[in-house]
Structure formats: C-alpha cells, structure tokens
Design a protein around this ligand. Structure first.
Ligand code: OAD
Length: 227
C-alpha cells in the first residue's frame, strides 16, 4: 500500500472563506510581513501583531472545513497518510484529521521567555502573563519568518519513506516546505501538485490537478482509494 504524505497550504482553506497570502487581495497585500510575521516586528509593536492574529483567530474559529479538508480526513481514515500543514487555522482537525502543524497554530499561545505552550484565549494581549512562569512575553504559537518550522525531523522521516507526495493549495514560495517535493522525489516518490493554477515549483512535480481544491481533492482521494 502507498505511504502518502500530503502538504497543505492556504489554498486548501480559501473556499472556507479564509484568505490566502499571495493573491492580489491576499494577507500580504494588506499587511507587511516585516510588521506582523517576524520576531523583529513583534518586538517593535506587539499590540499590532496580537491584533493581527486575534482577527485571524476569530476568522478561523468561525470557519468550517470544506469538501477538500473532509476528503483528506477520509483518506487518512483508510490509508497510511501523513498530513503536514502550513496552515494555522485548525480546519484539518475540525474535519476529523490530525495534521503536523509545521507553522504552529492560532489556537495555541507560547511564552517567549520559558517556552511553555497553552491553549490561546480568543483575544491575546502583550501583557498576558505566562501561566507557568508569569513572564509577560506571551506570543501566538505561530512560526514567523526567520524562525525554524516545527517537527522538521519527523517531517524528514516521513518524506524519506513516502511513495506518494502531494502538495495542495500552496504557492511553493516559502522554504523549507517548498523543497519537500524534491526531497520526496529524490527518494523515488510519485509527486502530485493540486492547485488552482501552476506555481513556481510546478516543474518539480510528476503530475498536476488544476482547479479549486473542493473539487479536485475529493476526486484525487476517490481515485487513490479506488486503488
Ligand atoms: P500562498 O498564499 O502563498 O499560496 C496559496 C496557493 O493556493 C496559491 O498557489 C494559489 O494558487 C492556491 N489556491 C488559491 N485558492 C485555491 C483553491 N480554491 N484551490 C486550490 N488552490 C488554491 O499560501 P501558502 O503557500 O500556504 O507562512 O503560503 C506559505 C506560507 O507563507 C504560509 O504558511 C505563511 C505565508 O507567509 C508564515 O506565515 C510563516
């Protein structure tokens, strides 16, 4: 049986009403990465950064998984699948699947002083004390530019042993995730890109399915499960 690794990005949640990053009206057209997604931006203006993630947390809490999230949960229930997500929205879990959160989660808070993590309240503020050490260094537990994504050892192991690698709704512009296709291909995996359009890394994939995730992901899952 195939061992499948699926990498997901913001395009998977677009049809759940959550904005992507790099589209014309995407999050990075409305906010400067340097201001809201770097440790330096947080040090300069933690209130602004919390405001940004509080708004995203509220949107994610109100969002529902779409047919693509549900299809991936169905796949994970029937085959050896590792879901790796760059998304921080929690929609894989709402659809009933477990995912490796390489860029963290909006639902989690992190103490920058002691490293303790806990469930984020709906609204976070710079002077929230850490429940473990009481330091006022509370931040969203999301990975910012310049920081190391989570679970990279586990991800490297899963990429090394997979026979099918799929990237869904991700632009291939942010490393290390954008390099996973090469890692999987180097170990002999069949590689598939599912996206609304071609990306900067499309040339690295063996096969392509083009269209909205809510349509092409269930079709792809059905074909895999039919064997
Ligand atoms: P991007 O916004 O860079 O890319 C979204 C991708 O989804 C694009 O390739 C779109 O073509 C595709 N897409 C949009 N709507 C779609 C749909 N309905 N169905 C299928 N595909 C669709 O988002 P990511 O690649 O996830 O990191 O971005 C990667 C990382 O960059 C994010 O995790 C975030 C961001 O900066 C950090 O904040 C550290």
């Amino acid at each position: 049986m195939d061992r499948i690794v699926v990498l997901t990005g913001a395009g998977l949640s677009a049809e759940s009403g959550l904005g992507t990053f790099r589209d014309a009206e995407g999050l990075w057209a409305q906010h400067r990465i340097e201001d809201v997604a770097t440790p330096e931006g947080f040090a300069r203006n933690p209130a602004l950064v919390h405001e940004f993630y509080n708004a995203r947390r509220a949107q994610a809490a109100a969002a529902q998984p779409n047919a693509a999230h549900r299809a991936l949960a169905r796949l994970a229930g029937h085959a050896p699948v590792t879901l790796i997500t760059q998304n921080v929205d929690g929609l894989h879990e709402k659809a009933g699947a477990e995912a490796i959160h390489m860029h963290g989660a909006l639902s989690r808070a992190l103490c920058a002083a002691c490293g303790h993590g806990w469930e984020a309240p709906a609204t976070m503020a710079p002077d929230d004390p850490c429940p473990a050490c009481a330091a006022r260094a509370t931040r969203p537990d999301v990975v910012w530019f310049g920081e190391m994504p989570y679970h990279m050892d586990l991800i490297a192991d899963r990429l090394a042993e997979c026979t099918v690698f799929a990237a869904i709704g991700t632009s291939g512009q942010v490393y290390p995730a954008a390099g996973f296709v090469q890692e999987a291909a180097a170990r002999g995996a069949h590689t598939v890109e599912l996206n609304l359009e071609s990306t900067d890394v499309s040339g690295a994939f063996d096969a392509h399915h083009t269209g909205p995730a809510s349509r092409i992901v269930p079709q792809w899952v059905d074909r895999l499960l039919a064997g």
